[in-house]
Every structure is written in structure tokens, then in C-alpha cells.
Design a binder for this molecule. Structure first.
Ligand SMILES: Cc1cc2nc3c(=O)[nH]c(=O)nc-3n(C[C@H](O)[C@H](O)[C@H](O)COP(=O)(O)OP(=O)(O)OC[C@H]3O[C@@H](n4cnc5c(N)ncnc54)[C@H](O)[C@@H]3O)c2cc1C
Length: 247
């Protein structure tokens, strides 16, 4: 993933203070939903690149990534200042194995995201695979504040298209909101509130679980899932959950 192609920013959306998505035109190779690319800027004499999950479906262009500005971070304060027409570098090849390839069909696909990790699932949800291989798809988006519940229109259109096969469960940890669960995803898993809201169980017989986001959520969720008998999915040894950690 070290070969770079030239890209141009063709779209930018400011969701809230410090939360952005940008669209980029770049001749990147084909990718599978769930993979990430790298975005880089030349800063001084260095090319500073970081991985970002692709939000657009593999069949759609431009490329799109969602990120939050990490104050003091080498790249994101500069990424957030980009304007339409600005140049960026994009890794020529996508990377990662956080995809539905080789995942066994099951009753329920659980997609658990914290913060910007919602983006990777938007790409997956805009392909045929989840709808063909699972009877239900339950997307859980854990955020601190209601303003971080991004891509509402996209999710509403997926919900309208998929009907009862799709459920979206927002979970807000630092505010209360009528339609959202209150608390962290892992606490809601432990208490049973998540499964109660979804009217579905998480168990090895019926579920595949994807975990994406911060290390605390992933570490705690793995423990909870393994205590219930779910084993980690590997490409050549299919299991019940997969994980991708952003930080
Ligand atoms: C496979 C993979 C995919 C990723 N996809 C995305 C994505 O789609 N969207 C996205 O926003 N980030 C994503 N990241 C994180 C991203 O690559 C950068 O680390 C992040 O954007 C910060 O970049 P930076 O150069 O400003 O700071 P860095 O030097 O990368 O990080 C500075 C500090 O901030 C922490 N940090 C990193 N990311 C975050 C974050 N999102 N929120 C709070 N703290 C953070 C790091 O742990 C570190 O302590 C992904 C990481 C990996 C490994």
C-alpha cells in the first residue's frame, strides 16, 4: 500500500465541529466494501499518510472518507482545512480484510461502530452481500453526542429500501435522546438493553458481529462476545465476529 496516486478534493461536508467527510477523485484500484485506503498530504519534506475506511460503495465514485480532527495530530488538522480543488495523495491499492468475504451466512449481522467507524458500514450496506446472506442487519452507532449521528439521510434511505430487514440503533453516551439508547455500546451489551431494543440475540448460533472503532470498545466487546461463545473470524477459519481498530 505504499504507491500513491494523485487525487483532488471534489466535495467536503462539515457535519459538526471537528467532524468532516471529504470526497476525492483519484484513479485508485477497485476495492471491496469494508476496506480502507490511505490519504496523505506533503507536510514540509514529509508525506504524512493515515488509513481511512472508504464510505462510498465499491461501485460508486468519488471516493469518500469520514474523519474527526484529532487536535495536535499530524494529519487531521490539515485534512480538515482542505478545500474543493485541493490536491491529496491516495494509496493506489486499498487494504484490509474487514469485509464480508468468507463470512458465513447467519440469521443476524450485527454492525457495531463507535464514532467515525460508521463510515465503513455505509460502504458495506450499499452492496448486495449483507442483504443476501443475513435475514436481519442491525447497525449500532455509538457516539458521545446526538450531533455525531452522521449520514442520517443515507441511513434513512437504506431503511426505506430494506424495510424490516434493517434496524438502526443509535447509542449516545453523554446525552439523552428519545429515540437513542443511553450509554456506551459495551454497557448496553452487558445489560442486555441492545438486544432488547433489537429484539434479537447475540449468540454463536444466529449471529455474525462486526466491531469497528476505538480500542476500548473493541477490547471490552471481544471479552463479552467470547464469554458468550463467539470466536474471532479468520479468513481460513470462519468464526462469529470480526474487528477493526482505528485507534
Ligand atoms: C485501518 C484503520 C482505518 C481507519 N479509518 C479511519 C476512519 O475512517 N476515520 C477516522 O477518523 N480515523 C480512521 N483511522 C484513524 C486514522 O488513521 C488516524 O489515526 C486519525 O485520523 C488521526 O490522524 P492524525 O495524523 O491527526 O493523528 P495520529 O498521529 O494518527 O493520532 C494521534 C492520536 O489520536 C488518536 N486517534 C486516532 N484516531 C482517532 C480518532 N478517530 N478519534 C480520536 N483519537 C484518535 C491516536 O490513537 C493517537 O493517540 C483509521 C485507522 C486504521 C488503523
Amino acid at each position: 500500500m505504499s504507491e500513491w496516486v494523485k487525487g483532488t478534493v471534489v466535495g467536503k461536508h462539515i457535519w459538526t465541529d471537528g467532524l468532516y467527510s471529504i470526497q476525492v477523485d483519484a484513479p485508485m484500484a477497485d476495492f471491496t466494501a469494508g476496506q480502507y485506503t490511505k490519504i496523505a498530504l506533503d507536510i514540509g519534506t514529509d508525506r504524512v499518510g493515515r488509513p481511512y475506511s472508504l464510505v462510498n460503495a465499491p461501485q460508486d465514485r468519488p471516493l469518500e472518507v469520514l474523519f474527526n480532527e484529532v487536535p495536535g495530530g499530524p494529519l487531521t488538522p490539515r485534512l480538515s482545512e482542505l478545500k474543493i480543488g485541493d490536491p491529496v495523495w491516495v494509496a493506489a491499492q486499498a487494504g484490509g480484510i474487514f469485509t464480508l468475504e468468507s463470512v458465513q451466512p447467519a440469521d443476524t449481522l450485527w454492525l457495531l461502530a463507535t464514532g467515525t467507524a460508521i463510515g465503513v458500514y455505509l460502504s458495506i450496506l450499499r452492496t448486495a452481500a449483507p442483504w443476501e446472506h443475513f435475514k436481519r442487519v442491525i447497525l449500532v452507532h455509538g457516539v458521545r453526542a446526538a450531533a455525531d449521528l452522521v449520514y442520517g439521510e443515507t441511513l434513512a434511505s437504506i431503511a426505506a429500501q430494506r424495510g424490516p430487514q434493517f434496524s438502526l440503533i443509535p447509542a449516545i453516551s453523554r446525552e439523552t435522546q428519545a429515540q437513542a439508547l443511553h450509554g456506551r455500546i459495551t454497557d448496553l451489551l452487558t445489560s442486555g438493553a441492545l438486544e432488547e431494543r433489537a429484539a434479537a440475540r447475540i449468540d454463536p448460533e444466529s449471529s455474525h458481529v462486526m466491531l469497528c472503532g476505538n480500542s476500548a470498545m473493541i477490547k471490552d466487546a471481544k471479552q463479552i462476545l467470547e464469554a458468550r461463545g463467539l470466536v474471532r473470524h479468520r479468513r481460513h477459519a470462519p468464526g462469529h465476529y470480526s474487528a477493526e481498530q482505528y485507534h
